[in-house]
Design a protein. Structure first.
Length: 160
Protein backbone atom coordinates (compact mmCIF):
# COMPACT_ATOMS: atom_id res chain seq x y z
CA UNK A 1 0.00 0.00 0.00
CA UNK A 2 2.85 2.42 0.85
CA UNK A 3 4.46 1.75 -2.54
CA UNK A 4 1.19 2.56 -4.31
CA UNK A 5 1.01 5.91 -2.51
CA UNK A 6 4.55 6.77 -3.60
CA UNK A 7 3.79 5.74 -7.16
CA UNK A 8 0.63 7.83 -7.14
CA UNK A 9 2.67 10.81 -5.95
CA UNK A 10 5.02 10.43 -8.89
CA UNK A 11 2.14 10.13 -11.36
CA UNK A 12 1.30 13.82 -11.01
CA UNK A 13 1.63 15.58 -14.32
CA UNK A 14 0.41 12.92 -16.70
CA UNK A 15 2.97 10.12 -16.85
CA UNK A 16 2.01 6.79 -15.31
CA UNK A 17 4.55 5.71 -12.72
CA UNK A 18 6.31 2.41 -12.53
CA UNK A 19 9.73 1.39 -11.41
CA UNK A 20 12.49 1.87 -13.93
CA UNK A 21 16.22 1.97 -14.26
CA UNK A 22 17.41 4.24 -11.51
CA UNK A 23 18.48 7.62 -12.83
CA UNK A 24 21.46 7.52 -10.48
CA UNK A 25 22.91 10.80 -9.36
CA UNK A 26 21.75 12.64 -12.50
CA UNK A 27 21.32 16.35 -11.88
CA UNK A 28 19.20 18.86 -13.74
CA UNK A 29 20.52 22.41 -13.93
CA UNK A 30 18.14 25.35 -13.66
CA UNK A 31 19.33 28.84 -14.61
CA UNK A 32 17.37 32.07 -14.09
CA UNK A 33 18.06 35.73 -13.43
CA UNK A 34 21.84 35.20 -13.41
CA UNK A 35 21.80 32.32 -10.88
CA UNK A 36 22.21 28.56 -11.31
CA UNK A 37 21.20 25.60 -9.17
CA UNK A 38 21.89 21.89 -9.76
CA UNK A 39 19.09 19.64 -8.52
CA UNK A 40 19.05 15.91 -7.74
CA UNK A 41 15.83 13.92 -8.19
CA UNK A 42 12.98 14.75 -5.83
CA UNK A 43 11.70 11.22 -6.44
CA UNK A 44 12.86 8.26 -8.51
CA UNK A 45 11.85 4.66 -9.17
CA UNK A 46 13.76 1.58 -10.30
CA UNK A 47 11.82 -0.91 -12.46
CA UNK A 48 14.12 -3.83 -11.79
CA UNK A 49 13.80 -3.65 -8.02
CA UNK A 50 10.36 -1.96 -7.95
CA UNK A 51 11.79 0.44 -5.37
CA UNK A 52 10.99 4.14 -5.20
CA UNK A 53 12.93 6.79 -3.34
CA UNK A 54 11.68 10.23 -2.38
CA UNK A 55 13.81 13.15 -1.25
CA UNK A 56 11.46 16.03 -0.35
CA UNK A 57 14.42 18.28 0.47
CA UNK A 58 15.97 17.84 -3.01
CA UNK A 59 13.96 20.63 -4.64
CA UNK A 60 16.10 23.49 -5.88
CA UNK A 61 15.36 27.15 -5.14
CA UNK A 62 16.05 30.28 -7.13
CA UNK A 63 14.88 33.88 -6.94
CA UNK A 64 13.30 34.85 -10.26
CA UNK A 65 11.73 38.18 -11.20
CA UNK A 66 8.30 38.24 -12.87
CA UNK A 67 8.47 37.67 -16.62
CA UNK A 68 11.98 36.24 -16.54
CA UNK A 69 12.63 32.86 -18.18
CA UNK A 70 13.99 29.75 -16.49
CA UNK A 71 16.44 27.71 -18.53
CA UNK A 72 16.79 23.98 -17.99
CA UNK A 73 19.80 21.85 -18.89
CA UNK A 74 19.62 18.05 -18.64
CA UNK A 75 22.42 15.46 -18.91
CA UNK A 76 22.45 12.79 -21.63
CA UNK A 77 20.87 10.23 -19.29
CA UNK A 78 17.71 12.33 -19.35
CA UNK A 79 17.97 13.81 -22.86
CA UNK A 80 18.11 10.32 -24.37
CA UNK A 81 14.71 9.44 -22.88
CA UNK A 82 11.32 11.11 -23.14
CA UNK A 83 11.03 13.92 -20.58
CA UNK A 84 8.43 16.49 -19.67
CA UNK A 85 8.50 20.03 -18.32
CA UNK A 86 5.59 21.24 -16.18
CA UNK A 87 5.31 24.89 -15.15
CA UNK A 88 3.08 26.44 -12.51
CA UNK A 89 2.76 30.22 -12.55
CA UNK A 90 0.51 33.12 -11.56
CA UNK A 91 -0.48 36.20 -13.54
CA UNK A 92 0.35 39.77 -12.51
CA UNK A 93 -2.65 39.78 -10.14
CA UNK A 94 -1.39 36.66 -8.37
CA UNK A 95 -4.09 34.42 -9.88
CA UNK A 96 -3.01 30.83 -10.59
CA UNK A 97 -2.89 30.02 -14.30
CA UNK A 98 -3.36 26.71 -16.09
CA UNK A 99 -0.30 24.45 -15.88
CA UNK A 100 1.98 24.60 -18.91
CA UNK A 101 3.34 21.24 -20.04
CA UNK A 102 5.64 20.23 -22.84
CA UNK A 103 6.70 16.66 -23.57
CA UNK A 104 10.10 16.28 -25.19
CA UNK A 105 10.49 13.08 -27.21
CA UNK A 106 13.32 13.94 -29.61
CA UNK A 107 15.78 11.86 -27.53
CA UNK A 108 18.54 14.39 -28.20
CA UNK A 109 17.34 17.62 -26.59
CA UNK A 110 19.52 18.79 -23.71
CA UNK A 111 17.95 22.19 -22.96
CA UNK A 112 14.60 23.88 -22.59
CA UNK A 113 13.58 27.46 -21.81
CA UNK A 114 10.47 28.17 -19.75
CA UNK A 115 8.74 31.45 -20.54
CA UNK A 116 5.47 33.02 -19.44
CA UNK A 117 2.83 34.48 -21.76
CA UNK A 118 2.97 37.97 -20.21
CA UNK A 119 5.82 40.05 -18.78
CA UNK A 120 4.22 40.36 -15.33
CA UNK A 121 3.54 36.61 -14.90
CA UNK A 122 5.51 34.95 -12.09
CA UNK A 123 6.83 31.41 -12.43
CA UNK A 124 6.33 29.47 -9.17
CA UNK A 125 7.40 25.87 -9.88
CA UNK A 126 9.22 24.15 -12.74
CA UNK A 127 9.37 20.37 -12.78
CA UNK A 128 11.19 17.97 -15.06
CA UNK A 129 9.87 14.40 -15.25
CA UNK A 130 11.94 11.68 -16.91
CA UNK A 131 10.09 8.80 -18.52
CA UNK A 132 10.80 5.39 -19.91
CA UNK A 133 8.61 3.44 -22.27
CA UNK A 134 7.76 -0.04 -21.03
CA UNK A 135 5.39 -2.86 -21.91
CA UNK A 136 4.20 -5.47 -19.44
CA UNK A 137 3.46 -7.87 -22.32
CA UNK A 138 6.50 -7.14 -24.49
CA UNK A 139 4.23 -5.99 -27.34
CA UNK A 140 4.91 -2.47 -28.65
CA UNK A 141 1.18 -1.69 -28.83
CA UNK A 142 0.96 -2.20 -25.04
CA UNK A 143 3.82 0.18 -24.29
CA UNK A 144 3.25 3.17 -22.04
CA UNK A 145 5.35 6.05 -20.75
CA UNK A 146 6.21 5.75 -17.07
CA UNK A 147 7.78 8.36 -14.84
CA UNK A 148 11.15 7.29 -13.52
CA UNK A 149 12.30 10.50 -11.83
CA UNK A 150 11.20 14.05 -11.02
CA UNK A 151 13.33 17.16 -10.46
CA UNK A 152 11.75 20.30 -9.05
CA UNK A 153 12.63 23.98 -8.92
CA UNK A 154 10.73 26.12 -6.42
CA UNK A 155 10.84 29.77 -7.47
CA UNK A 156 11.15 32.41 -4.82
CA UNK A 157 9.79 35.77 -5.96
CA UNK A 158 12.26 38.62 -5.44
CA UNK A 159 12.14 40.49 -2.16
CA UNK A 160 10.20 43.72 -2.36
Amino acid sequence: MRRLRILALLAAGGFVVAGCSAPGPEEVTFFADGKTVNVTPLASCDIKSAQCTTRPDAAGKLRVRPGKPVQISVPSGIAETPWKVTVQYVNGKGEPQELKQDIITSLDRFAYTVTTPKPDDQILVVEVAQASVISQTGRPEDAEAVTTAIWSLQVEPPAV
